[in-house]
Structure formats: C-alpha cells, structure tokens
Design a binder for this molecule. Structure first.
Ligand SMILES: Nc1ncnc2c1ncn2[C@@H]1O[C@H](COP(=O)(O)OP(=O)(O)O)[C@@H](O)[C@H]1O
Ligand SMILES: Cc1ncc(COP(=O)(O)OP(=O)(O)O)c(N)n1
Length: 275
C-alpha cells in the first residue's frame, strides 16, 4: 500500500525579534505562545536574555549585533515571515542591525512595540537608544503600538484623556508615516485603544479586573502580527488581537508574586485542560 504523504499543510510564518523573559510571561516566550494560539508558525530572533520574574528584571545580557543579524538572516533565507513583530531592543547597534536586515530582506507587515519600561518598573531601552529607535525603526513599521507612557515620551505630550490619545497618535503618524495604535491599558477608566492613520478608529474595551497584566503589550502586538500575516487589514487584526487578549486576561490565571502572566492558552479545549 502507498504511504500517504502528509506534507501539504501551511501556517502563516511570523517572526518575533525581541528579548527573552525567563519567567515566560512577556518577550519572546509570550510572542511564541500567542502565535501558536493564533494559528501561526512562530519564529524568533533574540535580542537579549533577561533574568526576570513577575517582580522585576535582575539582569539583561544583549546578544551581539552580528549574532542578531545571523538569526534574522537564517530565518528569512528559509521560512520567510509574512509578518514581523519587534519588541525589546535595548541598544543602538542592535536597532541599526534590525533596520538594515529588514530593509535588505524587504520585510512586510512590521509591527513595532516600542518597549521602554516593564510593568515592574525596570528600564528595557537605553536612554541613548531612543533617537535611534525613532530614526531607524519606527519609520519602517506598518504599525507602532506605544502604551501611554511610551507615547508621552515619544511626543513630549502629557496624555490624560481620549482626545490626548488621538492627538498623540496623530503627532506620531505625521512624524513616522506608520499607523499608530495608542494603547489605553494605563488609562484609568477603561482599556480602549485608538488607531490613527488615514482615519481614526477606536477599539473599545472594558477594564478586566485582573492585576496580572505582565506581557499584555507583547501579546497584543504579536496577535496583531498574526492577523496581518493571515492577510487581514490592520484594523481587523487589532480587533481580533484585542478579543484574544481579553480572553487571556479574563481567564484569571494567577501565578507569581508580582503582576503575573496572562493565560495565552485560554482557548485550549476544556477536554485537554482537564487531562
Ligand atoms: N485590565 C485590563 N483589561 C482589559 N484590557 C487591558 C487591561 N490592561 C491592559 N489592557 C489592554 O492590553 C493591551 C496592552 O495595553 P497596555 O497595558 O497599555 O500596554 P503595555 O503592556 O505595553 O504597557 C491594550 O489593548 C490594553 O487596552
Ligand atoms: C523581554 C521583555 N520584553 C518586553 C517586556 C515588557 O512587556 P510588555 O508586554 O510590553 O509590558 P508589560 O505588560 O509587562 O508592561 C518585558 N517585561 N520583558
């Protein structure tokens, strides 16, 4: 009897260029879990190792620019990603390396989460690397996803209302010509985000009563990259990503002593979970 060939399945490949979080809730680990949960094939180019848990970051070890470039080239040469998510990149030379590599490989659907400070308060971007991020990386992005403190730092504005969020988005869109999603997780009343590009679109979200929000930004940007890789528009991808994230927050996972991780696998079937 002929053996049946089982090699016809395809998944949209997505690359995360980000730091490793030893506690598994943010960074590369959150990105790969999100990609799996959103039916994409996740790949990684690691910018740095962090020693961290839900209470803070106790160490950061950057990779060399040469080794980062090797990882990116190895991925593009073989399984070319349909979307790229960029997270923590703490250093100027690494930012330059990423920008050059993405241009050389004509990367598409680039989502940049301009990670600066972790929820725990630890700095993840060196002070002297901010201008490099804005000059080299943000203009290459299809979408940038700053939270409110990051948007304040990038615009010099104080953001206290929804009108301020829209204005900050407009300021960044005019400057970088990349679409901008200002995330409202740090706002007081709700958790609504605004997309500013050729039009302004609000994604309304009610605040889920869960103190465990470690890695929400990483998760959202990766889930958006998955939508783009599957061919959805930016607005559709954000909408799907937000509902995936809301499910992961609502699941009520409670791990660790600080602000804990969310449940990336919340959609896994009950019958598997109860095994
Ligand atoms: N308690 C919450 N309930 C519902 N959504 C939330 C909550 N906290 C954050 N979010 C959502 O998580 C995403 C990440 O937002 P934010 O926390 O602002 O980013 P970051 O993790 O980069 O600081 C956004 O879509 C935001 O609206
Ligand atoms: C390695 C690493 N990358 C990013 C972060 C920050 O995660 P993010 O989802 O943006 O933010 P929080 O929700 O944790 O504020 C991290 N901690 N580690």
């Amino acid at each position: 009897m002929d053996e049946k060939k089982l090699t016809n399945r395809s998944l949209a490949p997505v690359l995360s260029i980000a730091g490793s979080d030893s506690s598994g809730g943010a960074g590369i680990q959150a990105d790969l879990k999100t990609m799996l949960a959103n039916d994409c094939y996740g790949m990684s180019a690691i910018t740095a190792l962090t020693a961290q848990n839900t209470m803070g970051v106790t160490g950061i070890m950057d990779v060399t620019p040469e080794f980062l470039r090797k990882q990116i080239d190895a991925v593009f040469l073989d399984i070319s990603p349909k979307a790229v998510k960029i997270g923590m990149v703490s250093d100027k030379a690494l930012i330059n390396t990423i920008a050059e590599a993405l241009e050389d490989w004509h990367a598409e659907n680039i989502v940049v989460d301009p990670v600066m400070v972790a929820t725990s308060g630890s700095r993840l971007l060196k002070e002297d690397a901010i201008s490099c991020l804005t000059e080299m990386l943000l203009p290459l992005a299809t979408l940038i996803t700053p939270n409110i403190p990051e948007a304040e730092l990038l615009t010099g504005m104080t953001i206290q209302s929804k009108t301020d969020m829209e204005q900050a988005g407009r300021c960044l869109y005019d400057r970088f010509h990349s679409q901008v999603l200002i995330k409202g997780g740090h706002a007081i009343e709700d958790a609504s985000d605004v997309l500013v590009g050729t039009e302004v679109i609000w994604f309304h979200g009610s605040r889920i009563d869960n103190p465990n929000t470690h890695g929400t930004g990483c998760t959202l940007s990766s889930a958006i990259a998955c939508g783009l890789a599957k061919g959805y528009s930016v607005a559709q991808s954000i909408s799907y990503a937000k509902s995936y994230l809301s499910g992961a927050l609502s699941s009520g996972l409670d791990l660790g002593r600080g602000s804990g991780p969310i449940d990336h696998g919340w959609q896994i079937q009950e019958n598997v979970r109860s095994l």
